[in-house]
Design a protein around this ligand. Structure first.
Ligand code: FAD
Ligand code: SF4
Length: 529
C-alpha cells in the first residue's frame, strides 16, 4: 500500500496530497523535534503548527483513513521509521515548502533508490510530486525569471491575473481599466482614526487539542513569547470561519487603510489569514475567489480597490516571493549588498530595551501576538534594522522566529529582497527606507514619543531622521547603485550644510553605541529537522 506524507505546509484536505479514498493508501504525519528546536520559534507559532497537525490527524481518522502520526528527530527520519514499520510500496511527498526539508527528503529519496547493500534495512521508493498549496508552479516562475535582472512583482502579477482569470474581462484587460489601484489605497492614520476601526477578527478559544499542545509548548525551552491568548484557527472549519469573517467585516476597507498603523491596534482591516494559508488550512485560490465573489462585478458590497489590492497580495506578492525563494536559494541567505555587519539589537526581543515608540510598540505586538501587519514589518522593523546596519541574515532569523506566519520561503525574500535591499535590487527598484515623516503620517506613534519627528538633529531629534540621512550619505559616498527612484532624494543631500551633515553622523555614532546587541544566545539551524 502507498503512503502519503503530509507536511506541516499542507495541514488540511484543501492542500494536502491525499489518497482519493481511505482504501487508496495510508497517511503519514510527523512531528519533527529537530525542526521545532532549530529556530527559537514564537510559542504561538509552535502551537499553530502542532495543533493544526493534530486536528488533521483526528479529521482524517474520523473520515476512515489509516493515519500513522509519529514524533521523530526529523521529517526524513520519521519517514524512514514509517517505512521500517509499514513497508509501503511507495511514499509520496509533496514538494516541501522549505529548502532544508527539501534537501533532507531528496537525500532520503536517493538513499531509498540506491541498490541495497545487504544491510537488510527496509526500503521503499520516496517520490517527490508537485505540491497543491501554491498557484504558480516553481518551473513556471523559473522560466519567467530566466534572463531578467529586475524581477518586477508588478509584471508577474499582471501575468497571473490573466493566467488565473481573476478580475479580467473577456479581452484579458483588467476589470475597472487599471491593473493596480494602489493610488486610491494610501489613507493615513488620521483618516483611519476618523473612519473608525473594525471589531477584532474572530477568535478561537482553545479546545482540548490546543490546550494539550499549549502545555507541551510551555515546557519547551529557548522559544520566544508565550502561548497565553492563542486564538488562531487550527482546523479547516475554523480557517473557513476566519476567511468568512474577514470577507464580511473587513475586506471592504482593506484597500484604503492597509498601510495605516494605530498604536495598540494590531489587525485593523487586515485579514490575519497568512498563518492559516501558510500551514495549508486555506488554499490561496479559495481565498481570492471569496474576495472576488464579494465584489461580484460591482454588484457586491466590496469596492474594486479593496478586492484588487487583496488579490494582488496573494496571487502577486505571495506567489512571487515563493518563486524568488526557489529561484535564488540557497545563495539568497548570504546576500548582503551594503555589507552590513551589526548584530541584531536586543530591542528586537525586548520592547522595553528601546525608547523609540514605534519600534518598541511593534516589537511588543510581535512578542504578544506573533503578528504585525506589513507596514510595521517593512517600514518600522526592517527599516530601522537597515538604517542601523543589521546584517540581513540576522534580521531574517528574527523574522523567522518571531511570527506565526513565518516560514523561510516567505520571510527570507521579504526581509532580504524587500526589507533590506540585501539582494541589491532583484526584487525592489529601491531600498524601502524612510525618515520619521512617513511613520508620522501613517501612524499615531509620534505624538506619544519622546522624540520629535520634525527634527533632523539634536538631543530630541527622532533617530529615524539622522539615521536615514546618514544612510543615504553613505550610499552617495560609496557610489552604490540604489535605483533611479532614489536619485532625487540623494541629490537633496547636496543642499545640506556640511556642519549639519557632520552633526548627524556624530548623532548616529552616539545612538549606535547605545544599541545593546542580542543577548539571548539563541542559535539558528536553518536546515535542521
Ligand atoms: P493581509 O494584509 O491581509 O494580506 C493578505 C495576504 O496577502 C496575507 O495573508 C499574505 O498571505 C499575502 N501577502 C501580503 N503581502 C505579502 C508578501 N509581501 N509576501 C507574501 N505574502 C504576502 N508574510 C508571511 O506570510 N510570512 C512571513 O514570514 C512574512 N514576513 C515578512 C517580512 C517582511 C520584512 C515583510 C515586509 C513582509 C513579510 N510578510 C510575511 C508579508 C506580509 O507582511 C504578511 O503576509 C502579512 O502582514 C500577513 O498579515 P495578513 O494575513 O493580515 O495579511
Ligand atoms: Fe518613531 Fe521617531 Fe515617531 Fe518616535 S518620533 S514614534 S522614533 S518615528
Amino acid at each position: 500500500m502507498r503512503t502519503y506524507f503530509v507536511g506541516p505546509w499542507e495541514l488540511s484536505t484543501a492542500t494536502a496530497i491525499l489518497p482519493a479514498t481511505p482504501a487508496g493508501g495510508r497517511v503519514l504525519l510527523v512531528e519533527s523535534l529537530g525542526k521545532g528546536a532549530a529556530v527559537p520559534y514564537h510559542r504561538k507559532k509552535l502551537v499553530l503548527v502542532l495543533a493544526s497537525l493534530r486536528h488533521l490527524v483526528a479529521e482524517l481518522r474520523a473520515a476512515g483513513f489509516e493515519v500513522d502520526h509519529r514524533v521523530a528527530p526529523s521529517y526524513a527520519v520519521g519517514i524512514r521509521e514509517h517505512i521500517a514499520r509499514f513497508h509501503p510500496t511507495e511514499v509520496l511527498v509533496a514538494e516541501p515548502a522549505e529548502w532544508g526539508i527539501t534537501q533532507s527528503i531528496r537525500a532520503l529519496a536517493a538513499e531509498m533508490a540506491a541498490p541495497g547493500d545487504g544491510d537488510g534495512r527496509p526500503r521503499a521508493p520516496v517520490t517527490i510530486v508537485p505540491d497543491r498549496r501554491m498557484l504558480v508552479p516553481r518551473d513556471w516562475f523559473a522560466d519567467w525569471a530566466h534572463g531578467r535582472k529586475l524581477l518586477r512583482m508588478e509584471d508577474f502579477y499582471r501575468l497571473q491575473r490573466r493566467r488565473l482569470d481573476l478580475l479580467v474581462d473577456s479581452s484579458g484587460d483588467p476589470v475597472g481599466g487599471a491593473w493596480n489601484l494602489d493610488a486610491d489605497n494610501r489613507e493615513n492614520a488620521r483618516a483611519l482614526a476618523k473612519h473608525g476601526v473594525p471589531d477584532e477578527p474572530v477568535s478561537f478559544a482553545p479546545d482540548g487539542v490546543v490546550q494539550g499542545v499549549c502545555l507541551l509548548v510551555d515546557g519547551m525551552p529557548n522559544h520566544w513569547g508565550d502561548t497565553a491568548g492563542f486564538d488562531l484557527p487550527t482546523s479547516r472549519a475554523q480557517a473557513l470561519e476566519a476567511l468568512d469573517d474577514f470577507i464580511t467585516h473587513r475586506l471592504a476597507d482593506f484597500g484604503p487603510f492597509e498601510d495605516a498603523m494605530l498604536e495598540g491596534r494590531v489587525y485593523l482591516y487586515h485579514s490575519r489569514l497568512s498563518a492559516a494559508m501558510n500551514v495549508g488550512l486555506l488554499h490561496p485560490r479559495e481565498v481570492v475567489d471569496a474576495a472576488v465573489r464579494a465584489y461580484d462585478n460591482g454588484r457586491g458590497p466590496v469596492p474594486l480597490q479593496s478586492v484588487e489590492g487583496f488579490v494582488r497580495q496573494i496571487i502577486g506578492w505571495r506567489e512571487y516571493v515563493n518563486g524568488i525563494y526557489w529561484t535564488k536559494m540557497p545563495a539568497y541567505r548570504d546576500v548582503n549588498y551594503f555589507g552590513f555587519t551589526r548584530a541584531l539589537p536586543q530591542a528586537y526581543w525586548d520592547p522595553d530595551a528601546i525608547d523609540l515608540a514605534c519600534v518598541s510598540d511593534s516589537v511588543r505586538m510581535v512578542r504578544d501576538t506573533a503578528y504585525a501587519h506589513h507596514i510595521h514589518r517593512l517600514m518600522i522593523l526592517a527599516n530601522f534594522a537597515t538604517l542601523v546596519g543589521v546584517h540581513p541574515l540576522r534580521l531574517s532569523e528574527w523574522f523567522w522566529a518571531g511570527f506565526a506566519d513565518a516560514f523561510e520561503w516567505v520571510e527570507l525574500p521579504n526581509v532580504i529582497g524587500m526589507g533590506t535591499y540585501g539582494d541589491g535590487g532583484t526584487m525592489s527598484s529601491k531600498p524601502y527606507v524612510s525618515a520619521a515623516a512617513y511613520i508620522n503620517r501613517m501612524s499615531n506613534y509620534c505624538s506619544g514619543c519622546r522624540y520629535d519627528p520634525k527634527l533632523r538633529d539634536g538631543p530630541t531629534a527622532c533617530p529615524f531622521n539622522y539615521l536615514y540621512w546618514t544612510f543615504l550619505d553613505d550610499i552617495r559616498t560609496r557610489k552604490l547603485g540604489v535605483g533611479q527612484r532614489m536619485a532625487l532624494v540623494l541629490k537633496a543631500i547636496d543642499k545640506f550644510p556640511a556642519a549639519e551633515l557632520a552633526a548627524m553622523h556624530a548623532s548616529r555614532t552616539r545612538f549606535l553605541e547605545t544599541l545593546a546587541p542580542d543577548r539571548t544566545g539563541w542559535t539558528f539551524a536553518a536546515d535542521a529537522g
